[in-house]
Each structure stands twice: as C-alpha cells, then as structure tokens.
Design a protein around this ligand. Structure first.
Ligand code: SAM
Length: 222
C-alpha cells in the first residue's frame, strides 16, 4: 500500500518538476534492453544529484559506479563548459552500454569512463593528478564504501561535496541482526565519517520508486 503511494508520488513529481527527456529515457530503455539491472537512481534523485553538483559549482565530478550512465548523464549536464565527469565502472559491459548512452545524450566530450575495479583505478587517478574533484557521487559495491569515501576525500577539495547512495538499505543499517557485508560497509562508512574532522555530514532516508533507502551527504571542510 505505502509503496504504491511512494511510486505514485514519485511519478507526480516526475510529471510536474522533474522533466525527463529522450536521452534519459533511452538511457534507461537501452540499459534494460542490454540486460543491466534496474538499479539506477530514480529521475527525481538524478535531478537532485545534478542540482547539488550545480550548487557547488562543480567543474570536476568523480562518480564511482556508472552502470548504464543514467546518473552520469544528470551529472554531466550539471557541468559548465569545459567540465568533466570521471566515472568508474568495474563491468566492461555496463561501461560499453554507458558509453553509448552518454554519446546519444551528446555528452561524450564531458565524460571519461574508466573501466576496472574502482579501488585499482583511484590510485591511478591520484597519480595522474586527476583531482581535485568538486563533487563525488559514490554508488558502487557498498562493502567498499569506506575506501571510496577515503579516496573521494583525498581527491576532493575544501568546500567540495561527497554524496553516497543506498545508505539505509531498507532499514538494515540500524538492525543489529543484519551482518551482510554491504550493510557492514555502510556502517563502517558512517563510523569513519563520525571520526573524520575534515568533513561534516548528515544522512536522509528516502522512499519512492526505488523503495526505502537513503543518501549521506558530506561537506569537505579542509
Ligand atoms: N550510479 C548508477 C546510476 O544511478 O545510474 C548506478 C550504479 S549501480 C548501483 C552500481 C555499479 O557499480 C554497477 O554498474 C556495478 O557494476 C559497479 N561496480 C560494482 N563494483 C564495482 C567496483 N569494485 N568498481 C567499480 N564499479 C563497481
């Protein structure tokens, strides 16, 4: 019952203030056709991450977890002329689908897709002087969230923002009976944030077409 209401409200906002378009719709349709899981952010969430990136005036964005490039398109559209999204994806098939979707959206020149395990790509990015990033969106394997956050902080800048998706996991994060490695990753992430004086952060629960989950958002202070 509640989930039907959440879906209906998401649709209503979608029809009122979150305008979709052919490129975004076809990114989802082509991802589905290529057999990718339907785990992209919802349209209202995609718009939110794009707005947040614009609010910090992001010129360089780091994304960890590309899938079919749906959130990447929202982020790339948030960039000013000359800006760049560097997006990290483990699965070559996902990356190939994303590449086509991003090209179809006319954003190929703004997106650099790096294929491989993010924890191998991130040190390379650091070595090549890939930072600083103004905005980071962490949305890959949840067990590695603490490492991804540490990298996003290392490659970020004061005033930059780190956004982490799927931090509620249907409420499992606060249920001590759940010992799943992904949930543990989310818990360790928040322990790290709590002990990290260089960031200030909060978390929000969300409901909607993607079920019951949430985001953590951190501001890099220094
Ligand atoms: N951000 C995407 C969106 O909203 O459109 C959704 C990303 S999906 C939730 C997670 C993605 O992370 C998957 O495509 C998965 O293959 C990728 N992934 C999983 N483990 C990874 C790793 N170790 N390194 C890089 N990417 C990884």
């Amino acid at each position: 019952m509640m989930e039907k209401t959440w879906d209906a409200v998401d649709r209503w906002f979608g029809e009122t203030i979150v305008a979709s378009d052919a490129a975004l719709d076809s990114a989802l349709a082509e991802s589905d056709r290529a057999g990718l899981p339907a785990i992209a952010v919802a349209p209202n969430q995609g718009k939110l991450i794009g707005l947040l990136a614009r609010m910090v005036g992001a010129r360089r964005i780091l994304e960890i977890g590309t899938l079919g490039g749906y959130s990447t398109i929202w982020l790339a559209r948030a960039l000013p002329e000359g800006g760049k999204v560097v997006t990290l994806e483990y699965n070559p098939h996902h990356a190939a689908v994303a590449k086509a979707n991003i090209a179809r959206a006319g954003l190929a020149d703004r997106v650099d897709i790096r294929v491989g395990p993010a924890l191998e790509t991130l040190p390379h990015l650091a070595q090549e002087g890939g930072g600083p990033f103004d905005f980071a969106f962490i949305d890959a394997d949840k067990k590695s969230n603490p490492d991804y956050f540490a990298w996003a902080l290392k490659l970020g800048r004061p005033g930059g923002v780190i956004l982490v998706d799927n931090v509620v996991r249907g409420g499992a994060v606060a249920d001590p009976r759940v010992e799943d490695e992904n949930v543990e990753g989310v818990r360790r992430l928040h322990a790290l944030i709590a002990a990290e004086p260089r960031v200030d952060a909060t978390a929000l629960q969300t409901v909607g077409a993607k079920g019951y989950d949430g985001f953590t958002i951190a501001l890099i202070l220094r």
